[in-house]
Design a protein around this ligand. Structure first.
Ligand SMILES: *[C@@H]1O[C@H](CO)[C@@H](O)[C@H](O)[C@H]1NC(C)=O
Ligand SMILES: *[C@@H]1O[C@H](CO)[C@@H](O)[C@H](O)[C@H]1NC(C)=O
Ligand SMILES: *[C@@H]1O[C@H](CO)[C@@H](O)[C@H](O)[C@H]1NC(C)=O
Length: 138
């Protein structure tokens, strides 16, 4: 039963991919997308959360600039993103989990920005994301 449902969704996605072709872009090739893309906003926020989880900084970081955002339809949607992530004034130990209330650090000793590249795969029928590449450098 599960197998049948899954197959159906996979073929639905095939239809979606085909309509993208009709819209003019090559199937399966990455194309630039708007900063307002809801899926992009979700994966960018997800990247900030995993960055914070992995860093041992006293402060939380948040996305400060999206440099490149591309989307590719391949058995789901793959997002390819270059972004800048900067230190905020929120301390980690305050357990603030809403980054939108955290301002960036003002100019000074604590101001810092990393350049990050990540590739995340959204699998809509599982409502799941898989991070394939994620690295940051100062
Ligand atoms: C944070 O990282 C730890 C291991 O490094 C992992 O077990 C945990 O699930 C992560 N938490 C989140 C919210 O990603
Ligand atoms: C896609 O975006 C990047 C970075 O913003 C830009 O350099 C590139 O020219 C764009 N490509 C197309 C086909 O618009
Ligand atoms: C998918 O997951 C996100 C967060 O994990 C949640 O906010 C959203 O409501 C979920 N959507 C569906 C359709 O289950």
């Amino acid at each position: 039963m599960m197998g049948v449902k899954r197959l159906l969704l996979v073929s639905l996605l095939g239809v979606l991919a085909a309509s993208t072709v009709a819209g003019g872009s090559m199937p399966g090739s990455p194309s630039n997308i708007s900063r307002d893309d809801p899926g992009l906003q979700r994966v960018v926020l997800g990247a900030a959360y995993s960055f914070n989880n992995q860093s041992n900084d006293a402060f939380l970081f948040k996305p400060s600039n999206v440099i490149r955002a591309q989307r590719q339809v391949v058995k789901g949607v793959r997002y390819i993103v270059d972004l800048e992530i900067s230190r905020t004034v929120c301390r980690k130990r305050d357990n603030n989990n809403d980054l939108s209330h955290c301002d960036l650090q003002p100019k000074g000793r604590l101001q810092q920005t990393f350049q990050c590249h990540f590739e995340v795969w959204l699998i809509p029928w599982q409502n799941q994301t898989k991070t394939q590449v994620f690295f940051c450098k100062p």
